[in-house]
Design a protein around this ligand. Structure first.
Ligand code: AMP
Ligand code: ZN
Length: 464
């Protein structure tokens, strides 16, 4: 049985798709105003594991991820500047639509590269908010017709008092109000949790370089509007699974649900899955908190992206993961030692069915990746050597740790090294221990190791 924890019902539930073998999946994507930090990337890795596990269970997936390139304000309470406008200034770009497109494209490409380096399977659709203004205006019109939205001098707001179950994803309206309590709220709102559907190009937004005409004057859509409009366009309503980080529960996802359900009278999605935060010391990793580490920062320190993927898999997605450079180093060592042993296995033959069964059971239990990794280590250390390669390759369809480049691929040993090893054998046979040690050191300095096995000496590459 495939079980997932559904934030909406607060319990682990058996996954039952709407259509028998096809799953509609929507995951909130990046706001392309900066590089992604490794906290954001943790969430995308979790979503990738979910996708691969769905596939393992025989489902075809249609995965949609939005790209936010307008409307995400600095604060979740619809105050402050648009993050994209702030970035335009930060980068000293011209305040025009063309520069904004270039800015968005720069960070979109960086996002594609990071997720590619982490072996994350790309979505089927990556719709941009700026390319779906018509759909968003239609949604707002519908909310106006239904009496769930109202216009003020600065925006069109969603009237949360019109929904009896507003805030159900976050346990209730009080939780939403609490999440918003610390931030300044617009004086024009009727109720504190009301949120902007359309933001007028007036006041602080007068000079916004991205504006479109609408029945409520020129302006741009609010951040939540895009996810309701685009998920409906590409996946219909309801669709199966909606994901994001836990920070999206009280505001962004709560408001997506409010809009979609009020406008179209049907649930938005059946399963809501949320990844816990990556923390850094006592803080969550966040662009604004100055605790920003990108994948490129990690690589500059000599870490490989897949070592970070491995680190993420060591924690369950619903637990916080505290990032330290030491834990990343331990993850990289663990992964490289796995690669290293895999090099000397015989070529893939047969999968060990009982171990595969255990592995699937772990993932089908709400994506228990720590248990899946324990199963990987068991296979590597304890099962018959002839089963290891094929079993690990099967596991790696989900883990995505890049084993195929290492399994049964012993490193090429240069002739010079082979010669040094032979000379060492001669020295050992003649009991010239000092000479033998010196030759061993020469081999090591060149990046190799000589291991004495019952079958004679074996040369291996050193783990870098
Ligand atoms: P953003 O670009 O800020 O909209 O964030 C992109 C994704 O990363 C969202 O699903 C967020 O919930 C998630 N996210 C943000 N900060 C963290 C963090 N520290 N750890 C894990 N996920 C995060
Ligand atoms: Zn969203």
């Amino acid at each position: 049985m495939f079980k997932l924890y559904n934030t909406l019902t607060h319990k682990k539930q058996e996954f039952k798709p709407i259509k028998s073998k096809k799953v509609g999946l929507y995951t909130c994507g990046p706001t392309v105003y900066d590089f992604a930090h490794i906290g954001n990337l943790r969430t995308y890795i979790f979503e990738d594991i979910l996708k691969r596990t769905l596939k393992m269970n025989g489902y075809a997936i249609k995965h949609v991820m939005n790209i936010t390139d307008v409307g995400h304000l600095v604060s979740d309470a619809d105050t402050g500047e648009d993050k994209m406008m702030k970035a335009l200034r930060r980068e000293g770009l011209k305040p025009d639509a063309q520069s904004m497109k270039e800015l968005a494209n720069k960070y979109f490409l960086a996002f594609k590269k990071d997720t590619g380096d982490l072996n994350i399977i790309p979505p089927d659709e990556r719709p941009k908010a700026t390319e779906h203004i018509k759909e968003q205006v239609e949604l707002i019109k519908m909310l106006m017709v239904k009496g769930c939205a109202y216009e003020t001098a600065d925006a069109v707001y969603f009237d949360t008092a019109r929904l009896k179950d507003y805030g159900k994803l976050a346990h209730g309206r009080a939780e939403v109000e609490e999440a918003l309590a610390r931030v300044e709220s617009s004086k024009e709102k009727r109720n504190a949790p009301d949120f902007a559907l359309w933001i007028k190009a007036v006041g602080r937004h007068e000079k916004h370089v991205m504006q479109w005409p609408s029945p409520w004057g020129r302006g741009f859509p609010g951040w939540h509007t895009e996810c309701s409009a685009m998920s409906r366009k590409y996946l219909g309503q309801p669709f199966d699974i909606h994901c994001g980080g836990v920070d999206h529960i009280p505001v962004h996802h709560t408001n997506e649900i409010a809009q979609s359900e009020a406008a179209y009278g049907a649930p938005m999605a059946n399963y809501w899955l949320h990844a816990e935060f990556l923390t850094f010391g006592r803080n969550k990793m966040a662009k604004s908190a100055g605790t920003f580490i990108s994948l490129a920062d990690m690589e500059k320190k000599g870490f490989k992206p897949l070592a970070y993927r491995y680190l993420c898999l060591t924690a369950h997605y619903r637990s916080k993961l505290n990032f330290t450079w030491e834990s990343l180093a331990a993850a990289q060592n663990a992964l490289e030692s796995l690669y290293e042993v895999a090099r000397y296995w015989p070529k893939p033959e047969a999968v060990e069915p009982s171990r595969l069964e255990n592995f699937k059971e772990a993932l089908n239990d709400d994506l228990d990746t720590p248990r899946a990794l324990a199963e990987l280590w068991f296979v590597v250390k304890s099962i018959d050597e002839s089963f290891r390669a094929a079993t690990v390759l099967e596991f790696d369809k989900i883990l995505g740790l890049g084993f195929k480049d290492y399994i049964a691929r012993p490193p090429k040993i240069p002739a010079k090294i082979k010669k040094l090893a032979r000379q060492r054998e001669v020295a050992r046979a003649a009991k010239e221990w000092q000479a033998a040690d010196k030759l061993r050191r020469q081999v090591e300095e060149a990046g190799f190791l000589v291991e004495d096995t019952p079958k004679g000496p074996k040369i291996k590459s050193k783990i870098s």
